[in-house]
Design a protein around this ligand. Structure first.
Ligand code: DQA
Length: 144
């Protein structure tokens, strides 16, 4: 079983970026936690981050994964090409946000990715990624 974890624009800046909202954990630290959990669960993970929508779409299209966990960053709110690419894969998708996008600015409350995802995890910081990995493994093993 292989799971692809994607982080979109500006998430490479975690740890230095808007600490009151996103905390102090860096993307490298999140990825280390994901690798540990994947090892414990006995699954393979592929980790990818880009600030460019096209590069993320290329990664989605070429991936041989069984499921995708994605924090699309601000592409959440307008990334229709990314949404189409995810939909075309016909794979289970879990959308993750560190912050609670429903408790922030109005424009953050709309996700164009949500309609192609099984569900969202929002507001739990880095724990959202590790919880998403647990959920994805359950879903791939047992079905929805
Ligand atoms: C985010 C929320 C988005 O609105 C924002 O543009 C981000 C991070 C989050 O993880 O809370 O870059 O996806």
């Amino acid at each position: 079983m292989k799971i692809l974890v994607i982080n979109g624009p500006n998430l490479n800046q975690l740890g230095q970026r808007d600490n009151e909202i996103y905390g102090y954990v860096t993307l490298d630290e999140i990825n280390a936690k994901l690798k540990d959990k994947a090892k414990a669960l006995g699954v393979d993970i592929e980790l990818f981050q880009s600030n460019s929508e096209g590069a993320i779409i290329d990664c989605v299209q070429s991936s041989k994964s069984d499921g995708i966990i994605i924090n699309p960053g601000a592409l959440t709110h307008y990334g229709l090409s990314l949404m189409d690419a995810l939909a075309d894969m016909n794979l289970p998708i879990i959308e993750v946000h560190l912050s609670n996008i429903y408790a922030r600015e109005e424009w953050r409350k709309k996700s164009v990715i949500a309609p192609v995802a099984i569900g969202q995890i929002v507001g739990f910081g880095y724990r959202g990624y590790t919880s998403a990995l647990d959920l994805m493994v359950d879903i791939l093993s047992e079905g929805i």
